[in-house]
Design a protein around this ligand. Structure first.
Ligand code: URP
Ligand code: ZN
Ligand code: ZN
Length: 476
């Protein structure tokens, strides 16, 4: 009888479609057998009473992006690189991350990708891919760099409709959508109307309304709704698939539902901040609201309820952290001082390590979601959308043994001290959750177990990602 490298015994395995009692046999980093009483192995993990789930895929996180003005960061330093970011991810049950190689204006896209490889190399504990961000779609980017980089395994490209140094015109977005669709990449879009935000910001600042709570007034739901509608229209004109990232509430969701009812293939992502944070957090005293500033901003409780509805009914395909690691200090959120206008504060909040457990506790353990939908949102759908399935995102014979073993009853009170990122706060401080990943494997290697780190930086490999082209699966 074959001896496996490792058997995970007596657990309850769940995928995006099924839940079943099974041992998992692992050899050479892959799942090679599923079944009862699998036989012998060099090592065994007893998963009695535990859930054996595909490791999470956080397909929207920002790590070690170069500093520049006119971006979401406002020039602040990202506190997490590939080492601390991937460490934090894995302790939260995530085994694949996809951060962004950002092209700055005037820069070659290929140079941006090469620079990002240098930043990532030898650091990650878990596997990673790169999305591309295009901020300067010159003819050489459109005709040469973008198609060739997509062909080399970068199957997704983000564009922005806001931020001075990132925003593209509608015509430029059409160009990028067209190239992406032909070359086999999914376009991701940050949908907020730049002109409206600039106009509202100027007005609020002239009225002396500069505290963090006015961040939401400067980019209300209408601003996101208009941009979401326009982005969808552009994708229809270009006949290209589109993913709307970080959707924050009802109006944008309605645009997505309407588009789908017309038969337009639109994908949608939301993030923990739109379920668990609100305008009340932005209004915290002593500038503390800045800790919860991200764009689009957290909305009111009615919008939180709408986002939960979209999580439950399938409107949202993926659930990502949008981890943007700015410390609450002079290198990060307080870079321009503790009393500056909201428009000078770096946008983004940390969340790589807390993403999955927040959704598990408040989704699965409350009965809002079944376990299979949790797995789909947390892992499988991102693998399918971004060209990683079935290598990643499932537990099946032949898949990488990227597995998170969860104790569904474990009570954990979140505190920043227990987290492994390099940010000095978490917006979820003091929140008690039920369910936590206790053992996490990347390609069959145990990276962490019961709070102990067993993996090494540099174990993670770069993942080339390819999406099926036209005529492929339902996910294209
Ligand atoms: O505020 C946010 N979301 N910061 C990160 C950058 C982005 O636009 O995703
Ligand atoms: Zn964005
Ligand atoms: Zn982001």
């Amino acid at each position: 009888m074959t001896e496996f490298d490792l058997i995970i015994r007596h657990g309850t395995v769940a995928t995006a479609s099924d839940t079943f009692r099974s041992d998992v046999g692992i050899t050479a980093g892959k799942v090679v057998a599923l079944g009862a009483s699998l036989g012998s192995a060099k090592e065994t993990i007893d998963a009695s009473g535990k859930l054996v789930l595909p490791g999470g895929i956080d397909a929207h996180c920002h790590l070690d992006q170069p500093r520049a003005q006119g971006l979401a960061s406002g020039g602040a330093i990202m506190a997490d690189d590939f080492e601390s970011g991937s460490l934090s991810a894995v302790f939260g049950g995530t085994t694949t991350i996809v951060p962004f190689a950002v092209q700055h204006r005037g820069q070659s896209l290929r140079a941006a990708v090469e620079d990002y490889h240098r930043r990532a190399g030898g650091k990650a504990y878990i596997d990673y891919g790169f999305h591309l961000i295009v901020s300067d779609p010159t003819q050489s980017v459109l005709k040469d760099e973008l198609p060739s980089l997509i062909a080399e395994g970068h199957a997704s490209v983000k564009v922005y409709m806001t931020y001075e140094a990132m925003k593209l015109s509608d015509r430029q977005i059409l160009d990028v959508l067209d190239v992406n669709q032909r070359a086999g990449a999914l376009t991701m879009i940050h949908a907020e109307n730049y002109e409206c935000i600039a106009w509202l910001t100027e007005k609020l600042e002239a009225e002396g309304k500069t505290e963090p709570r006015y961040h939401e007034d400067s980019r209300p739901m209408a601003v996101e709704r208009e941009a979401t509608h326009r982005a969808i229209t552009l994708s229809e004109v270009a006949e290209a698939n589109l993913l709307i990232v970080h959707v924050s509430g009802r109006d944008a969701m309605e645009e997505i539902r309407r588009a789908r009812a017309r038969g337009v293939k639109i994908f949608a992502e939301t993030c923990p901040q739109y379920l668990f944070l609100s305008t009340r957090d932005l209004a915290l005293p002593d500038f503390l609201g800045a800790k919860c500033m991200c764009s689009p901003p957290p909305r009111d409780p009615a919008n939180q309820a709408h986002v939960w509805q979209g999580i439950e009914d399938g409107l949202f395909d993926i659930f990502s952290s949008d981890h943007a690691p700015y410390r609450f200090d002079e290198g990060g959120k307080l870079m321009y001082g503790p009393k500056v206008s909201f428009s000078k504060v770096a946008n983004g909040i940390p969340g790589l390590e807390t993403r999955s457990a927040l959704l598990f506790s408040e989704g699965v353990m409350t009965g809002r979601l079944d376990l299979n939908r949790f797995v789909a949102l947390n892992s499988t759908n991102a693998a399918k959308l971004y060209g990683l399935h079935p290598q990643k995102g499932t537990i099946a014979v032949g898949a990488d043994a990227d597995i998170a073993i969860w104790d569904p009853q474990r009570k954990v009170t979140i505190s920043n001290d227990m987290l492994h990122h390099n940010v000095d706060y978490t917006p979820y401080e003091g929140r008690t959750l039920t369910g936590w990943p206790v053992t996490v494997l990347s390609r069959g290697q145990v990276i962490c177990h019961e709070g102990e780190l067993l993996g090494k930086p540099g174990q993670g490999k770069f993942l080339k990602r390819f999406r099926a082209k036209k005529g492929g699966t339902a996910w294209t």
